[in-house]
Design a protein around this ligand. Sequence first.
Ligand code: BES
Ligand code: ZN
Ligand code: ZN
Length: 492
Amino acid sequence: MSTISLDFVSDSAGHSAADVTVVGAVSTKDGPRLHAAPGFESLEEVLTQLGVTGSPDSFARVILPDAPSTVVAVIGIGREVTPETLRAAAGSAVRQLAGTASVRLALGLSAHAEVVAVAEGAAIGAYSYTREKGLSEPKTAVESVTIVAPEPLSDDEAERALETARAVHLVRDLGNTSASELTPEVFADAAVDAASELPIDVTVWDVPKLEAGGFGGILGVGRGSVHGPRLVKLEYAPDGATSHIALVGKGITFDTGGLSLKPANGMMGMKYDMLGAATALATITAAARIGIKTRMTAWLCLAENMPSGSATRPGDVLKMYGGRTVEVTNTDAEGRLVMADGLAVASEEQPDLIVDVATLTGAAVIALGKRYTGVMGNDERASDVVALADSIGEKFWRMPLPSELRANLDSDVADLVNANLSRREGGMLLAGHFLAEFVGTREGSDEQISWVHLDIAGPGDNGSATYGYNGKGATGVTVRTLLALAEQQAGA
Ligand code: BES
Ligand code: ZN
Ligand code: ZN
């Protein structure tokens, strides 16, 4: 995790003490053009020769002949200048400048929302994962960013940007850590650590406690591993909160598929199968640091899915939290099993809204690609969350839960199967249906608690593609939207 210092200056012209000054270029039908960069006009004619197209992430460093000691970098903004494109441009520039200590962003900002977006993008982009580098010299993240802006952000606004970045970086650090270093027990300790000194209560269920509590889903998935499963509950209940959000996160620290073993190619990247739990943890700790007036409870469902002599077999029946039974037809559909326990126990507290986050299905990656979060839910809140994500520049897409698919979960021996081997259509949606079965009803009514499901199997990690403020590996996607949701719920 890295924390940058953020400063604001109003003087856009001239050169500064920063190691690199960044200006923006937009792409027009006549080629790249600088965007409001007084003092740097001489660059405009050579943008094409520099390889700057103005499209997002296009980037070049150059030395001005009249100021040879100043390095200037040009970052592409795209066709339009909006808070979203500026956030991505600032993030991309700071990310691509890793190894440089101080950066000045002269991106021609005018509106307040642009300054907020650039601060956020720069802070999130200032990340590099160096924890497991051995003898090589890793490039370290940018340490200090000066933003040229007509007005500085208030201290609260700047702090919010930094806390958001800190949360995104926590997700990335946990996600990028190799699975051998992040077992369920270590993850639970990291949660205790992250919440220490914050007004957050933490409860950890180890294996005996999970057995006593009847958490058959989490236990069934975790029993093949020498590293036992855990359930972690984090509670943040600020004075004056009138609304309660429960977050449930999938925390499979490694997903081999279990006895329904994944092929070699499908197993690479499965260290990221805990990103939902990391997101829930990062969101609640950031909410507490910022002081958002919404009660939040995060449930981290942690297990390692391994094949072994003690692993759950295809055909075994698990008794889930709350008493429903599930015939495990495929041990690789393990996320829904741990999440079922989490959703059921979260429902008992009757929160106003349950949001779950999970790298749940390969089908989501096939359907939506690597940048869109799949959103399902049981009422209009799902669409509200999509609209909120849209308004702050995260890409969410609402998916249906078609009622005719529900029959694909019928079991001959138990209440449900966890996967249907002969009906593969709509895999993301069928997983959503499975989760929906475990969302509780409102007290004294048949109506379900409002529930929104976020499938981040695609955008949770980048593979080796990079864009905007996202480098290789874990991205931290959905943290920004979940924080905005908590604020919205507080009436902020
Ligand atoms: N963790 C995977 C989903 C996944 C796949 C995440 C690719 C990120 C990238 C999940 O546990 C899984 O394996 N799901 C199976 C379900 C199937 C057996 C019904 C899948 O999607 O193939
Ligand atoms: Zn799996
Ligand atoms: Zn999984």
